[in-house]
Design a protein around this ligand. Structure first.
Ligand code: NAP
Length: 306
């Protein structure tokens, strides 16, 4: 550097330097323009689920809400379904909405993509009226391409002490409702032109392993895993994938009410709770993996491996 700065400037060199500079500036401004348009493109690419619409049962709280929050942060429109309207109203406000200023970077003549969230209030224990409730909300559901069955209740009672009405209620909410709801949504999804159509059921490790005081819950969750596999075979050729997640103990109202000590003793990693956001991450993975269907993904700190 010192050597060069001590030299007298050569006019020919100076001229060629100016020309090189000019060319370099042109090249840079051209590549900058390309970069701008790729920025526009990448701002949409940051939201890979833009244009997708997900119905999430149990979306008002716990695992369902965590999944909805994750999907909405990827650009997905979410419709939360659960029983209590006041909770639904609060939960829908916890979802991410990509600002229209970003979405409307599309050229004016192209179809605008919108991200809109909503909710449906529905008591899933009344299985005979689920279809009617869904039909009453067809305007929200007509383009759904992702269905998450997460709503559920648990059990903490020996079978001999469990009332028949409680048995029926649990089986209805945890098993019959996802089946009936899936049946109605399938008709919608079959007409849908979306490239990615997914049904994801939230089961439990208790669908795979026994636990005293959980016989009815285990029966429902085991049924949900089997339902997942048969449905995956039944609708695979129609381009619909059906998967399942079976979590261990997750830090939600349900998980906290269960027995952390029991699970902590038995799991390989000695963790007491899984964060709901981790189930949401896994859900996103299964939604995006175009070659996975009929799978039951166990997330349990190693509880079921021995
Ligand atoms: N937490 C765990 O440790 C754990 C482990 C394994 C599997 N799971 C499974 O994961 C799923 C979600 O559990 P979670 O821990 O997120 O439970 P949670 O926090 O108790 O939330 C349950 C959700 O289900 C909805 N729900 C319950 N009964 C309903 C009904 N009759 N009609 C409509 N919606 C109803 C609730 O809606 P409202 O707000 O209206 O009550 C709420 O959105 C369940 O299927 C559960 O079995 C949980």
């Amino acid at each position: 550097m010192t050597f060069l700065s001590n030299r007298k400037p050569d006019s020919k060199l100076l001229l060629s330097g100016l020309i090189t500079n000019y060319i370099m500036n042109r090249v840079c401004s051209l590549s900058f323009t390309r970069k701008l348009s790729s920025t526009t493109f990448s701002s949409l690419k940051t939201f890979p689920l833009l244009g997708s619409i997900a119905l999430i049962t149990g979306g008002s709280r716990g695992i369902g809400l965590a999944i909805a929050q994750k999907l909405s942060s990827e650009g997905c429109s979410c419709i939360l379904l659960s029983k209590t309207e006041s909770t639904l109203q609060k939960s829908v406000n916890k979802l991410t909405t990509v600002p229209n200023s970003i979405l409307n970077e599309n050229p004016p003549n192209e179809t605008r993509i919108e991200q809109k969230h909503g909710y449906i209030c529905c008591d899933l224990s009344a299985v005979e009226s689920i279809e009617e409730r869904l039909d009453a909300n067809l305007d929200k559901l007509k383009d759904v391409n992702i269905v998450i069955n997460s709503a559920g209740i648990s059990q903490n009672s020996l079978l001999l002490r469990t009332k028949n009405t409680d048995i029926a209620n649990l089986i209805n909410i945890d098993l019959v409702a996802p089946i009936v709801l899936t049946k109605r949504l399938l008709k919608i999804m079959l007409k849908n032109k979306a490239s990615n159509k997914v049904i994801l059921n939230i089961s439990s490790i208790l669908g795979l392993r026994g636990l005293s005081g959980s016989a009815v819950y285990s029966a429902a969750k085991g049924g949900l895993i089997s339902f997942t596999k048969s449905m995956a075979v039944e609708v695979g050729s129609k381009g619909i994938r059906v998967n399942c997640i079976s979590p261990g103990l997750v830090k939600t109202e349900m998980g906290i009410m269960s027995s952390p000590a029991f699970y902590a003793d038995k799991n390989v990693l000695n963790n007491s709770f899984i964060d709901p956001s981790e189930i949401a991450e896994a859900s996103l993975f299964l939604i995006n993996q175009k070659h996975i269907t009929g799978h039951n993904l166990v997330i349990d700190d190693g509880y079921t491996i021995r």
